[in-house]
Design a protein around this ligand. Sequence first.
Ligand SMILES: CC(C)(COP(=O)(O)OP(=O)(O)OC[C@H]1O[C@@H](n2cnc3c(N)ncnc32)[C@H](O)[C@@H]1OP(=O)(O)O)[C@@H](O)C(=O)NCCC(=O)NCCS
Length: 151
Amino acid sequence: MTTFARVTSTAELDAILALDDVCFHHPWTRADYERELQDPARCFLYVLKVHGVVVGYCSFWRIFDEIHLNNFALHPSHRRQGLGRSLLAHVLAEAEAIGAPNATLEVRASNTAALALYHAGGFVRAGLRRAYYTHPVEDALILWRGRPGPS
Ligand SMILES: CC(C)(COP(=O)(O)OP(=O)(O)OC[C@H]1O[C@@H](n2cnc3c(N)ncnc32)[C@H](O)[C@@H]1OP(=O)(O)O)[C@@H](O)C(=O)NCCC(=O)NCCS
């Protein structure tokens, strides 16, 4: 059974940090997440659980009528099962429900899996930040969903 939940306490942080370790080279620290949780009007963190176990998560900031997606990951053993698509649809619906129908994010130019997921979710390319990422250095594509261009 798949469920989604907004994280409002530190209870799920161990699971999220463990996911980060296998998904990202330079993940956020526990202190980063703790700071986010202290600002619930702006910072949103969601987990996706399968049979009660956290296998995916997403974090975003709400900025007026937009959200900025910061982190999005599924555990490698749960990829290509439509869970990323479901999590993305869930957080976009939650964002709309709080008055933020527009969304933006940065993604590595070589991240074909994420790009395909975001394009399927209605995001389009809106810009490029050169050498935005390190380890390895790489450009970021800026994607938008919603009304054209930054609001
Ligand atoms: C990107 C990521 C979240 C996708 O999650 P997922 O659960 O595997 O995605 P889904 O199974 O819901 O796939 C949805 C669509 O995304 C695309 N997609 C997902 N993985 C893909 C891959 N490896 N190659 C190409 N397309 C892929 C496909 O279009 C897919 O639809 P389809 O299965 O009908 O073809 C996952 O690969 C991940 O966690 N990657 C590491 C972290 C990361 O890069 N996060 C994004 C940072 S911006």
